[in-house]
Design a protein around this ligand. Structure first.
Ligand code: SF4
Ligand code: MG
Length: 329
């Protein structure tokens, strides 16, 4: 398959201000040299604890935030260098679905208006055509078209997320970045929304980046998964490989906490020591070394690069580096 999106050493730093004059005293490295690719038609899962930089990555890809460094290629074109015209087109091609449909939908607009608005902004279709599109969109996401005159507060959480998804679909995007789209929903509703997203993906040849802290949700929907820790990519692997033989000690620990249906398959729970350090003050060397059960000397001084260790399998850990392998394994 072809790559739709190529992310190369993406960085997003936020200034930290302090003191009387609110001078910049440091930077939070929210996203630090993150690289991955997303193939046409796949779902790429981005997982990690809250604050690991996955949402910031998503927003930076969409150019909702300006990257500090690095490159984002969408269909081979550098997103940072697009002309205004091309950027406008990009704003249609890439859409975002947010965690909290309550917060992302304007409460004073009816569902019909909410769905029509993006098409209006982008000058798509005539008036009557748009009204017809609104009905089609509602139908597509499983909402009664008779509800077009209602307001967001009249809907349940699951229905509101359907509205959010329909709104993203209105511009016929190629890529949808969904940031914790089911985290605010009851478990029973979660699978309905995930199934809907899968149906829509097939129907409209969509590519997804699915951001979640919840490995069991990502397991349901993603083909390949990137695991982030403290703004860095720790591991990228196809789903099956990641869930059966995780390479990075952090992935291992995360997975050991995921409930499995068959208790005999349950791995031993790995309890990590300490808290995640602040991204404003990340540790030297491997960002995970303070909590890593497998830490060794080299980890404290040298930051591991993301290395390929198998087909489609990448890991940033010195244990897999030939240089330390000869010494450690
Ligand atoms: Fe652990 Fe070292 Fe690997 Fe980091 S590089 S994950 S500290 S073993
Ligand atoms: Mg987040």
């Amino acid at each position: 398959e072809k790559d739709l999106l190529e992310v190369k050493e993406l960085c997003k730093y936020f200034p930290v201000r302090g003191g009387l004059f609110k001078r910049v005293v440091g930077h939070v490295r929210a996203v630090d040299q993150v690289s991955f690719t997303v193939r046409k038609g796949e779902t790429f899962g981005l997982v990690g604890e809250s604050g690991c930089g996955k949402s910031t990555t998503g927003r930076t890809l969409l150019r909702l935030l300006k990257p500090t460094e690095g490159r984002v290629l969408f269909e081979g074109e550098d997103v940072a260098r697009l002309s205004r015209m091309r950027l406008r087109k990009l704003r249609r091609d890439m859409q975002m679905v947010f965690q909290d449909p309550y917060a992302s939908l304007n409460p004073t607009m009816t569902v019909g208006q909410l769905l029509e608005e993006p098409m209006k902004i982008h000058g798509m279709y005539g008036n009557r055509e748009r009204k017809r599109m609104v009905e089609e969109l509602m139908d597509t996401v499983g909402l009664d078209t008779g509800y077009a005159q209602r307001y967001p507060h009249e809907f349940s959480g699951g229905q509101r997320q359907r509205i959010g998804i329909a709104r993203a679909l209105a511009l016929r995007p190629k890529l949808i970045i969904a940031d914790e789209p089911v985290s605010a929903l009851d478990v029973s509703i979660q699978s309905q929304v995930l199934n809907l997203m899968e149906d829509l993906q097939a129907q409209f040849s969509l590519t997804y980046i699915f951001i979640s802290h919840d490995l069991s949700v990502v397991k349901h929907i993603a083909e390949r998964i990137g695991v982030m820790y403290l703004g860095r990519m720790a591991e990228i692997a196809p789903k099956k490989k990641l869930y059966t033989c995780p390479a990075h000690p952090y992935t291992e620990a995360l997975l050991s906490a995921v409930p499995v249906p068959n208790p005999s398959l349950k791995r031993e729970r790995i309890v990590l020591q300490g808290d995640t350090p602040s991204p404003a003050n990340p540790p030297q060397g491997c960002p995970f070394h303070i909590r890593c059960p497998k830490v060794f000397d080299r980890c404290r001084g040298e930051r591991p690069e993301l290395l390929q260790i198998g087909e489609d399998h990448y890991v940033a850990c010195h244990l897999y580096d030939k240089e330390s392998r000869s010494k450690v394994v």
